[in-house]
Ligand binder design. Structure first.
Ligand SMILES: [Zn+2]
Ligand SMILES: [Zn+2]
Ligand SMILES: [Zn+2]
Length: 262
């Protein structure tokens, strides 16, 4: 399976509007971070994780073909603000969107016109599925296991995604977690020993609702991930090349447009 990082930045993106700091003035393209989202593809299946306000710009360079499902992590604007822009993809059929009860309710309130009785022609056709932690489901050849992490006091979803072969045996798995501050002990079994971990690392200084860089590194080591890619970083973290040089080879910051094979 292939994963493309469509965005690796925190809620305001990098550079931050109006900022002249060392990171925001970098000319290195690796220091330009759109809001967090990822595209996961196999020969059969194409999934989007989150659909933030940069979705239109992020998806434009990608081949225009069906998206089989959108997995929502939580109901914050930087993860859902681009939902109206999925309209062109509805020509392939209704879009299946998967969200926990809180995010589902928020989506109904954010896009009431998509769920109205008499819908205005041309609005996104969304099939909204309520999902729950530890209740796995399948999309094409991908097995999706939702798990719970805490974003300060808000429970949100992370996902363990496993590609299955024709006999439904697991081939490889990735764990995608964003906006985590803490994780309960009973969730650890769902994330341990994955091939690839994608997890948030905001900056070096503590934050009430996001992991720091050190916390992300400790988490990756604790769950024994083979390779870890860090996302949802702010300009405070510094420049991509310098941060990566300070990190072990198996724990590195991702960048927008990066493609990895799992
Ligand atoms: Zn966020
Ligand atoms: Zn800055
Ligand atoms: Zn958030």
């Amino acid at each position: 399976m292939k994963l493309t990082f469509l965005g690796t930045g925190t809620s305001c993106g990098v550079p931050t509007i109006g900022c002249q700091c060392y990171t925001c003035t970098s000319t290195d393209p690796h220091d330009k971070r759109l809001r967090c989202s990822a595209l996961i593809e196999t020969a059969q299946t194409r999934l989007l994780i989150d659909c933030g306000p940069d979705f239109r710009q992020q998806i434009m360079p990608q081949p225009f073909r069906k998206i089989d499902g959108i997995l929502i992590t939580h109901a914050h604007y930087d993860h859902m603000g681009g939902m109206d822009d999925i309209r062109p993809y509805c020509q392939f059929g209704e879009i299946n969107v998967y969200a926990d009860p809180i995010a589902r309710q928020n989506m109904l309130e954010m896009l009431p016109y998509c769920f109205a009785e008499n819908r205005y022609p041309g609005v996104p056709a969304i099939q909204l599925h309520e999902i729950h932690k530890h209740e796995p489901f399948r999309i094409g050849d991908l097995d999706i296991m939702p798990l719970e992490v805490m974003h300060h006091d808000l429970p949100i979803l992370g996902y363990r995604i496993t590609q299955l072969d024709a006999q439904l045996s697991p081939l490889a798995s990735l764990v995608y977690i964003t906006d985590m501050k803490t994780i309960a002990e009973e969730e650890v079994a769902y994330v341990e020993n994955c091939d690839t971990l994608i997890v948030n690392a905001l900056r070096q200084q503590p934050h009430h609702s996001h992991q720091t860089l050190d916390e992300a590194v400790l988490f990756a080591q604790r769950i024994n991930a083979r390779q870890t890619w860090l996302i949802h970083s702010s300009h405070h973290i510094g420049r991509h090349a310098e941060v990566n040089a300070s990190l072990p080879e198996d724990i590195q910051m991702a960048y927008d447009g990066q493609v990895i094979t799992i």
